[in-house]
Design a protein around this ligand. Structure first.
Ligand SMILES: [Zn+2]
Length: 114
């Protein structure tokens, strides 16, 4: 059984660091990604759900943030494989679920709707 509480706590902490403390903004995008990937890897000691960690749950605390985005789309980290990827579907992407990378989309047989 997944540890949902831990997953959402990590989501909330990353969101807080990003939105409230703004610690990520002074870093390069690659450094931002690697910190989040590192946190995900460390959290594997608990039975966490990567999809919940990279969800948009943390944005509900901040009115000014577009809740359509998730941590997966923000940091371009796939919620399925947990890896930083060149292309992660964003909320405006109609092809496959947001936060999913094209490799995982292909593996899971998401067909392009165009
Ligand atoms: Zn992936």
């Amino acid at each position: 059984m997944s540890d949902h509480q831990t997953s959402y706590t990590i989501n909330s902490m990353i969101g807080h660091l990003y939105l409230q403390n703004k610690v990520f903004q002074s870093l390069s995008f690659e450094d931002q990604q690697s910190i989040v990937v590192d946190l995900i890897e460390k959290s594997h000691r608990s039975d966490v759900n990567i999809g919940e960690i990279l969800s948009n749950e943390c944005f509900s605390e901040y009115e000014e943030i577009d809740e359509n985005r998730t941590l997966a789309t923000l940091f371009k980290i796939c919620f399925y494989c947990g890896q930083p990827k060149e292309h992660v579907a964003d909320y405006g992407d109609e092809f496959y679920p947001q936060g999913l990378c094209s490799d995982c989309a292909r593996e899971n047989n998401y067909t392009f709707k165009k």
